[in-house]
Design a protein around this ligand. Structure first.
Ligand SMILES: Nc1nc2c(ncn2[C@@H]2O[C@H](COP(=O)(O)OP(=O)(O)O)[C@@H](O)[C@H]2O)c(=O)[nH]1
Ligand SMILES: [Mg+2]
Length: 191
Protein backbone atom coordinates (compact mmCIF):
# COMPACT_ATOMS: atom_id res chain seq x y z
CA UNK A 1 0.00 0.00 0.00
CA UNK A 2 1.18 3.53 -0.66
CA UNK A 3 0.87 6.46 1.72
CA UNK A 4 -1.96 7.75 -0.46
CA UNK A 5 -4.03 4.69 0.47
CA UNK A 6 -3.85 5.80 4.07
CA UNK A 7 -6.31 8.26 5.50
CA UNK A 8 -5.84 11.82 6.63
CA UNK A 9 -6.22 12.15 10.37
CA UNK A 10 -6.99 15.12 12.57
CA UNK A 11 -5.52 15.71 16.03
CA UNK A 12 -8.38 16.37 18.45
CA UNK A 13 -6.43 17.00 21.64
CA UNK A 14 -4.57 15.71 24.67
CA UNK A 15 -6.75 14.70 27.60
CA UNK A 16 -5.86 14.01 31.24
CA UNK A 17 -9.34 12.79 32.19
CA UNK A 18 -11.80 10.55 30.40
CA UNK A 19 -14.69 12.84 31.32
CA UNK A 20 -13.27 15.61 29.09
CA UNK A 21 -12.86 13.50 25.97
CA UNK A 22 -15.10 13.83 22.91
CA UNK A 23 -17.37 10.80 22.59
CA UNK A 24 -19.37 11.16 19.38
CA UNK A 25 -17.59 8.36 17.54
CA UNK A 26 -16.39 4.84 18.26
CA UNK A 27 -12.84 4.63 19.53
CA UNK A 28 -9.89 2.27 19.21
CA UNK A 29 -7.02 2.63 21.64
CA UNK A 30 -3.30 1.86 21.42
CA UNK A 31 -1.45 1.04 24.59
CA UNK A 32 1.69 -0.70 25.73
CA UNK A 33 4.95 -0.24 27.57
CA UNK A 34 6.96 2.91 27.02
CA UNK A 35 8.95 2.54 23.81
CA UNK A 36 6.81 -0.35 22.59
CA UNK A 37 6.22 1.61 19.39
CA UNK A 38 2.76 3.16 19.93
CA UNK A 39 3.43 6.53 18.37
CA UNK A 40 5.30 4.97 15.45
CA UNK A 41 2.43 2.60 14.71
CA UNK A 42 -0.20 5.33 14.91
CA UNK A 43 1.96 7.48 12.59
CA UNK A 44 2.21 4.62 10.11
CA UNK A 45 -1.59 4.57 9.73
CA UNK A 46 -1.82 8.22 8.73
CA UNK A 47 -1.28 9.95 5.43
CA UNK A 48 -0.21 12.97 7.52
CA UNK A 49 1.99 11.40 10.25
CA UNK A 50 3.55 14.71 11.32
CA UNK A 51 0.44 15.50 13.40
CA UNK A 52 1.24 12.66 15.84
CA UNK A 53 2.31 13.94 19.27
CA UNK A 54 5.54 12.67 20.79
CA UNK A 55 4.99 10.82 24.04
CA UNK A 56 5.40 12.74 27.27
CA UNK A 57 8.57 12.14 29.27
CA UNK A 58 8.22 10.21 32.53
CA UNK A 59 7.23 12.53 35.33
CA UNK A 60 5.25 14.89 33.14
CA UNK A 61 1.46 14.93 32.94
CA UNK A 62 0.07 11.70 31.55
CA UNK A 63 -2.35 12.31 28.72
CA UNK A 64 -4.29 10.45 26.08
CA UNK A 65 -3.83 11.87 22.57
CA UNK A 66 -6.92 11.47 20.43
CA UNK A 67 -7.07 11.56 16.63
CA UNK A 68 -10.07 11.57 14.34
CA UNK A 69 -9.61 9.00 11.60
CA UNK A 70 -12.51 8.94 9.17
CA UNK A 71 -15.47 7.66 11.21
CA UNK A 72 -13.52 6.65 14.25
CA UNK A 73 -11.33 8.02 17.03
CA UNK A 74 -7.88 6.61 17.66
CA UNK A 75 -6.46 7.07 21.16
CA UNK A 76 -2.72 6.90 21.95
CA UNK A 77 -2.45 6.11 25.68
CA UNK A 78 0.44 6.84 28.05
CA UNK A 79 3.11 4.16 28.15
CA UNK A 80 3.55 2.02 31.23
CA UNK A 81 6.43 0.22 32.87
CA UNK A 82 8.72 3.14 33.72
CA UNK A 83 8.81 2.67 37.50
CA UNK A 84 11.32 -0.10 38.08
CA UNK A 85 10.65 -0.71 41.75
CA UNK A 86 7.02 -1.01 42.67
CA UNK A 87 5.07 -3.39 44.82
CA UNK A 88 2.29 -4.11 42.41
CA UNK A 89 1.32 -3.88 38.77
CA UNK A 90 -1.03 -0.96 39.22
CA UNK A 91 1.78 1.23 40.52
CA UNK A 92 3.65 0.76 37.27
CA UNK A 93 0.83 2.34 35.33
CA UNK A 94 -0.68 5.74 35.24
CA UNK A 95 -4.10 6.12 36.90
CA UNK A 96 -5.06 7.58 33.55
CA UNK A 97 -4.96 4.12 32.01
CA UNK A 98 -7.35 2.68 34.59
CA UNK A 99 -9.66 5.66 34.34
CA UNK A 100 -9.68 5.22 30.58
CA UNK A 101 -10.30 1.46 30.53
CA UNK A 102 -13.01 1.67 33.18
CA UNK A 103 -14.91 4.68 31.87
CA UNK A 104 -14.38 5.15 28.15
CA UNK A 105 -17.82 4.23 26.90
CA UNK A 106 -17.28 4.48 23.14
CA UNK A 107 -14.37 2.02 23.21
CA UNK A 108 -14.75 -0.59 20.46
CA UNK A 109 -11.38 -2.37 20.44
CA UNK A 110 -7.87 -2.18 21.82
CA UNK A 111 -4.43 -2.71 20.33
CA UNK A 112 -1.97 -3.83 22.99
CA UNK A 113 1.56 -3.28 21.71
CA UNK A 114 4.62 -5.25 22.71
CA UNK A 115 8.17 -5.17 21.37
CA UNK A 116 8.56 -8.54 19.60
CA UNK A 117 11.83 -9.16 21.48
CA UNK A 118 9.97 -9.18 24.79
CA UNK A 119 7.46 -11.63 26.22
CA UNK A 120 3.89 -11.12 27.44
CA UNK A 121 4.31 -9.97 31.04
CA UNK A 122 2.09 -9.56 34.09
CA UNK A 123 1.23 -6.05 32.95
CA UNK A 124 -0.05 -7.19 29.55
CA UNK A 125 -2.11 -9.99 31.13
CA UNK A 126 -3.51 -7.59 33.68
CA UNK A 127 -4.56 -5.06 31.04
CA UNK A 128 -6.00 -7.75 28.83
CA UNK A 129 -8.18 -8.92 31.74
CA UNK A 130 -9.43 -5.41 32.43
CA UNK A 131 -10.56 -5.15 28.81
CA UNK A 132 -12.21 -8.55 28.81
CA UNK A 133 -14.19 -7.55 31.92
CA UNK A 134 -15.56 -4.80 29.69
CA UNK A 135 -15.94 -7.13 26.70
CA UNK A 136 -13.56 -5.09 24.58
CA UNK A 137 -11.58 -7.30 22.15
CA UNK A 138 -7.81 -6.97 22.51
CA UNK A 139 -5.38 -7.43 19.62
CA UNK A 140 -1.84 -8.21 20.64
CA UNK A 141 0.45 -6.28 18.32
CA UNK A 142 4.08 -7.35 18.20
CA UNK A 143 6.14 -4.43 17.01
CA UNK A 144 9.53 -3.84 15.33
CA UNK A 145 9.66 -7.24 13.59
CA UNK A 146 12.13 -5.74 11.10
CA UNK A 147 14.74 -6.14 13.84
CA UNK A 148 14.61 -9.95 13.59
CA UNK A 149 16.12 -12.21 10.95
CA UNK A 150 14.13 -15.01 9.39
CA UNK A 151 15.05 -17.60 12.00
CA UNK A 152 14.40 -15.27 14.93
CA UNK A 153 11.03 -14.43 13.40
CA UNK A 154 10.06 -18.09 13.32
CA UNK A 155 11.05 -18.55 16.96
CA UNK A 156 9.21 -15.40 17.93
CA UNK A 157 5.99 -16.50 16.20
CA UNK A 158 6.19 -19.86 17.94
CA UNK A 159 6.61 -18.15 21.31
CA UNK A 160 3.55 -15.96 20.83
CA UNK A 161 1.40 -18.80 19.52
CA UNK A 162 1.07 -19.74 23.22
CA UNK A 163 -1.11 -16.66 23.63
CA UNK A 164 -3.59 -17.28 20.83
CA UNK A 165 -6.41 -18.05 23.25
CA UNK A 166 -5.72 -14.95 25.30
CA UNK A 167 -6.09 -12.42 22.48
CA UNK A 168 -8.62 -11.73 19.77
CA UNK A 169 -5.80 -11.54 17.22
CA UNK A 170 -2.03 -11.57 17.22
CA UNK A 171 -0.48 -9.25 14.66
CA UNK A 172 3.19 -9.05 13.71
CA UNK A 173 4.05 -5.54 12.60
CA UNK A 174 6.80 -3.20 11.61
CA UNK A 175 5.99 0.48 11.43
CA UNK A 176 9.36 1.00 9.82
CA UNK A 177 8.76 -1.51 7.01
CA UNK A 178 4.99 -0.97 6.77
CA UNK A 179 4.43 -4.59 7.77
CA UNK A 180 0.78 -5.48 8.50
CA UNK A 181 -0.18 -1.81 8.57
CA UNK A 182 -2.81 -2.51 5.94
CA UNK A 183 -4.27 -5.29 8.13
CA UNK A 184 -4.64 -2.84 11.00
CA UNK A 185 -6.26 -0.23 8.78
CA UNK A 186 -8.68 -2.84 7.46
CA UNK A 187 -9.50 -3.95 10.99
CA UNK A 188 -10.22 -0.36 11.99
CA UNK A 189 -12.43 0.11 8.93
CA UNK A 190 -14.34 -3.08 9.70
CA UNK A 191 -15.58 -1.90 13.11
N1 LIG B 1 13.30 -0.86 13.94
C1 LIG B 1 12.14 -0.36 14.33
N2 LIG B 1 12.10 0.56 15.33
C2 LIG B 1 10.90 1.04 15.72
C3 LIG B 1 9.69 0.62 15.12
N3 LIG B 1 8.66 1.26 15.74
C4 LIG B 1 9.22 2.05 16.68
N4 LIG B 1 10.56 1.93 16.69
C5 LIG B 1 11.51 2.63 17.56
O1 LIG B 1 11.24 2.34 18.92
C6 LIG B 1 11.36 3.50 19.74
C7 LIG B 1 10.05 3.79 20.48
O2 LIG B 1 9.04 4.07 19.52
P1 LIG B 1 7.78 4.99 19.89
O3 LIG B 1 6.86 4.89 18.73
O4 LIG B 1 8.19 6.35 20.31
O5 LIG B 1 7.20 4.20 21.15
P2 LIG B 1 6.10 4.65 22.23
O6 LIG B 1 6.86 5.13 23.44
O7 LIG B 1 5.36 3.39 22.54
O8 LIG B 1 5.23 5.70 21.62
C8 LIG B 1 11.80 4.63 18.80
O9 LIG B 1 13.20 4.74 18.86
C9 LIG B 1 11.35 4.15 17.43
O10 LIG B 1 12.13 4.66 16.39
C10 LIG B 1 9.75 -0.35 14.04
O11 LIG B 1 8.77 -0.79 13.45
N5 LIG B 1 11.00 -0.80 13.71
MG1 LIG C 1 4.57 7.52 22.23
Amino acid sequence: MTDKDKKLAKFLGSFAHTKNMPAEKKEICFLGRSNSGKSSLVSALFQNPSIVKKSARPGSTQVVNIYEYADIYLADLPGFGYAKVSRNIREKMSEMIFDYIAHRENLAAAFLLLDCKRDVGQEEEYIRNLFSDRRVPVQLVLTKTDRLNRKEKEQMKKKFSNYEKMFHNIIFTSAKKNQQIEFIINFINSL
